[in-house]
Design a protein around this ligand. Structure first.
Ligand SMILES: Cc1cc2nc3c(=O)[nH]c(=O)nc-3n(C[C@H](O)[C@H](O)[C@H](O)COP(=O)(O)OP(=O)(O)OC[C@H]3O[C@@H](n4cnc5c(N)ncnc54)[C@H](O)[C@@H]3O)c2cc1C
Length: 525
């Protein structure tokens, strides 16, 4: 049986590529190693009745055009808004920003009047920055070193857009590309807890601290999303993030895609520098005219392809591509809700994100531990309780709590992650107990997902949540390798379509869609 295209990996990007190819009439097969689809956007019933978004947990970046074109709501996608961010503080106070702008302004004014005014300006500036960058998400990133006329035209388009920005926004854009998250925020705000909480999105998935240059861009990456047209808002998928992957899979199947799970690819078949299919772990060969890999470059090029089949220079670039996983998840099944000392009771502050980021020094110290090969003794955490918004993910009266934790460096100086798993889980609970002391009594079950688990079970090399760090030297025309950022590879008819390609990680679907467009433009059915 010969397919037009085989997609390696049934994460949300691989499924997106498959859906677009099939809708254009191609015969497509998706091969997923795990028993369940979704990759890092997955929901699993880890403990009876408790459904965890095991890895990714909130959504914002998913491209509206994908939702529309694949008609994902008719395949079960529903995004529920997540209202605000609550940051408890050790001194008994808190910072609670909500989607209601006037309320947030009053709350910030409680900490600093100047910051309340600056918050408006900052919000406007970031929206402008996001608007500027947004069209880039859907384009083949032009390579400034190439003389390709299409690329030059796109570069000119970007340059013209840049020139049209007001001067202040031009400066902001350059600063965002070069500064640290904290240095950038220092220009606007004085309240420590506000800067700490806002800077947190600058370090997600990177092995950098909030004071490291380059983190301001990651801040922007997390500002580019929208839900139902509401710019930069975040939400929860009903049924967990796996529901997003399942909706895309359903759209793909409706277009004729065949999807196999527990189907592990061992090698890519290459003859005469042309991809011809794959060899499965069980030895079966499956043939196709095109192969698209949604797994990271280390697996794709170092594991699935023999060394002599790729140019040495390219292999070197892939070897230099940095993963350096720094994040972990602790998912909790709870008998009751946490009770925060600074704002007791089950209020609406528990319905949004809860951020353990009480100060800039706290955040930087969390990074200091990681720099020297230890997990943070007091980590930064981004917590959500999805069962408050979507009760079906837990048994009646019970709750699920998702704790995204940084830093958990993949390379530990002492011991292994398998030895350290429970100590790390205890650190997370103890840190949380400093703000919500009842947490120790209400945890019924605990799942600790370490960077090593992310590598072993999800195929994320070194446990990097974005299939490679989102740092400037690995973005745009450099992702995943200089000269090979447009979904193509040195092997003919072998494409890349996952988060390791432009515009990078997050539940976005953009790499998957862009890759499909490239494949359709270059190959015939
Ligand atoms: C802990 C964690 C938290 C995150 N939180 C968020 C969040 O809240 N919001 C957000 O937007 N993003 C978040 N992300 C990032 C986001 O989930 C990912 O960037 C995105 O899901 C990646 O999608 P993908 O399809 O590109 O790749 P993946 O999801 O990595 O899919 C690749 C697939 O390939 C499969 N595979 C691997 N090897 C083989 C093989 N040999 N044969 C066949 N199949 C194979 C894997 O099993 C996997 O299903 C998080 C990620 C993690 C890990």
């Amino acid at each position: 049986m010969t397919y037009d295209a085989i997609i390696i990996g049934g994460g949300h990007n691989g499924l997106t590529t498959a859906a677009y190819l099939a809708r254009a009439g191609r015969k497509v097969l998706v091969l997923e190693r795990r028993h369940v689809l979704g990759g890092a956007a997955v929901t699993e019933e880890v403990f009876k009745g408790f459904h965890f978004s095991v890895c990714s947990y909130v959504v914002s970046l998913l491209r509206p055009e994908i939702i529309r074109e694949l008609d994902l709501p008719s395949h079960g996608l529903e995004i529920l808004p997540l209202d605000g961010t609550f940051t408890p503080m050790p001194n008994g106070d808190y910072l609670w920003r909500v989607n209601d702008h006037a309320k947030t302004r009053r709350e910030i004014a409680r900490h600093s009047r100047l910051d309340a005014e600056a918050y408006d300006e900052y919000g406007k500036a970031m929206i402008e920055m996001g608007r500027f960058v947004r069209p880039i998400l859907g384009m083949l990133p032009p390579d400034p070193t190439s003389l390709d006329p299409r690329g030059l035209k796109q570069l000119l388009f970007l340059l013209q857009r840049f020139r049209r920005l007001p001067r202040g926004d031009q400066y902001n854009q350059v600063q965002l590309m070069t500064m640290s998250a904290v240095d950038f925020l220092d220009q606007w705000f004085e309240t420590d807890v506000l800067k700490a909480t806002m800077s947190a999105s600058g370090i997600i998935g990177t092995f950098l601290g909030v004071r490291s240059p380059g983190t301001a861009y990651v801040l922007l990456h997390h500002y580019m999303g929208e839900i139902d047209g509401a710019f930069r808002s975040w939400g929860l998928a009903r049924g967990g993030t796996g529901a997003i992957s399942n909706a895309i899979a359903s759209a793909a199947r409706a277009a004729g895609v065949e999807i196999r799970s527990q189907a592990e690819v061992a090698r890519i078949l290459i003859k005469g520098n042309q991809a011809q299919g794959v060899v499965m772990k069980n030895g079966d060969e499956i043939h196709a005219r095109v192969v698209a890999s949604s797994v990271d470059p280390r697996l794709t090029f170092m594991r699935f392809i023999e060394r002599g089949q790729l140019p040495d220079e390219f292999v070197e670039d892939v070897q230099h591509y940095r993963f350096r996983g720094s994040s972990a998840k602790v998912n909790l099944a709870l008998d009751a809700l946490p009770d925060f000392t600074c704002l007791p009771g089950p209020g609406t502050h528990l319905r949004g994100a809860i951020s353990i980021s009480p100060g800039v020094d706290y955040m930087e110290r969390a990074y200091d531990d990681a720099k020297y090969g230890r997990f943070s003794r007091r980590p930064y955490m981004d917590i959500v309780i999805p069962s408050l918004t979507d009760p079906r993910v837990a048994p009646p009266g019970k709750h699920v709590m998702s704790c995204f934790v940084q830093y958990a460096p993949y390379h530990l100086k002492e011991g292994t992650w398998d030895d350290q798993r429970e100590t790390f889980g205890d650190t997370v609970i103890n840190t949380l107990a400093e703000y919500a002391p009842n947490i120790r009594d209400i945890v019924r079950h605990r799942q600790v997902v370490t960077p090593l688990d992310l590598e072993r079970d999800w195929g994320l090399s070194e446990g990097n949540i974005f299939q490679g760090e989102l740092t400037l030297e690995q973005l745009f025309f450099l992702r995943p390798a200089p000269g090979w950022a447009q979904y193509k590879t040195p092997v003919r008819n072998l494409y890349m379509c996952g988060s390791a390609t432009h515009p990078g990680g997050g539940i976005m679907g953009a790499p998957g869609r862009n890759a499909a467009m490239r494949i359709l433009a270059e190959t015939r059915a």
